[in-house]
Write a protein that binds this ligand. Structure first.
Ligand code: AVI
Length: 336
């Protein structure tokens, strides 16, 4: 579909001070593509983070519930398998509220007296809230939050003798990276770790046996419309922060299952021919009826694929835990 970009008066092209250049660049670039796309990190402003938290409690969104169930049953086993008799120092990529992590940390506190936990996230406020809560609930945990974008490299303090690190990348966050980006990210993580350190990776599984495509689609298109609101919040955010004039009623939340790529795709479909202007960019963008903005991919792994990815990134896959319905898997691998 053709993308027509129209310049609007020069006096409106200068961004407000305080608008992030990466936000401006991402929106300019994404909406100039054909087909249009916007990167999923744009979901997570304050409103989007609240909506995502609501998603994790929806009946249809089984991912959080099932992964938590795996941790409830197997956290002690996971910690012992990762430790290989050493003391563990834990860190987590994209920790957010660190809600499920509490189960792993509690198991680590049983395994050893004191646990050091370093959550890494771009949101300083989310990190602080999570650390304050964790230290209250688990007094044997010492938190050491790191405000960083883990996708652009990590520097970690060396472990003490007799310690090894366990990195957590849970919640199916790896699924939001395309295969090349996922490999790059895990390879960079491998470079930041030391030989023998561990990685716990949570992945959502592709439809097979007990898991159906309608079940997967429902997880991203819930009856209460929370995921639709989460998706449209991206446009609301551009209205708030960049002075855009998206009419949210003229876009529809759309979910597709892409079988070839084994991924759920989220799109926002234009319900009419329309032109949207974005003041901070000094540009406007035309939409044809049924044209979409592709906002997110959520890759679903077939059995064996996560192990292949881990091996390609320089990890040795060691163990795998899957729930009884075959919905979700947690992998343990060690850094070679
Ligand atoms: C954060 N991430 C793992 C979620 C997922 O399932 O891909 C994001 C999400 N998008 C819609 N619902 C949840």
């Amino acid at each position: 579909m053709a993308t027509v970009t129209t310049e609007i008066p020069a006096c409106r092209t200068h961004p407000e001070p305080g608008i992030s250049q990466s936000l401006l660049a991402a929106v300019r670039e994404g909406l100039s593509k054909d087909p249009k796309q916007l990167p999923p990190w744009l979901f997570y402003d304050a409103a989007g983070s609240i909506l995502f938290d609501r998603i994790t409690h929806l009946p249809e969104y089984y991912l959080t519930r099932v992964e938590r169930g795996i941790f409830e049953r197997c956290a002690a086993e996971m910690i012992a398998a990762a430790a290989h008799g050493d003391r563990l120092r834990m860190m987590e990529l994209g920790a957010g509220s660190a809600d499920k992590t509490r189960l792993l940390l509690a198991a680590a506190c049983h395994y050893q007296e004191q646990v050091r936990y370093q959550p890494v996230d771009v949101s300083a406020s989310a990190l602080q809230t999570a650390c304050d809560r964790l230290e209250l609930e688990l007094p044997s945990v010492a938190t050491d939050p790191l405000v960083a974008d883990y996708t652009s490299g990590l520097f970690l303090d060396p472990c003490l003798p007799g310690e090894r690190r366990l990195a957590l990348f849970i919640g199916s966050s790896i699924g939001n990276f395309d295969p090349d980006a996922a490999l790059h990210l895990l390879s960079r993580l491998r470079d930041a770790l030391s030989p023998g350190d561990g990685l716990l990776l949570g992945v959502d599984l592709a439809p097979a046996n007990g898991k159906t495509i309608p079940q997967l689609i429902a997880a991203y298109d819930d009856r209460q419309g929370v995921t639709a609101q989460f998706n449209k919040n991206m446009l609301a955010r551009l209205n708030r922060e960049l002075g855009a004039n998206f009419d949210l009623d003229k876009f529809r939340h759309q979910i597709r299952w892409n079988r070839e790529e084994s991924r759920i795709e989220m799109h926002l479909e234009s319900l009419a021919p329309q032109t949207v202007s974005i003041a901070a960019l000094g540009q406007s963008f035309d939409f044809a009826p049924a044209e979409t903005i592709h906002t997110e991919n959520s890759h679903k792994y077939r059995v064996g694929e996560a192990e292949a990815l881990l091996s390609a990134a320089g990890f040795n896959p060691e163990r795998r835990w899957i729930d009884a319905e075959g919905l979700f898997a947690v992998h343990l691998a060690s850094r070679s």
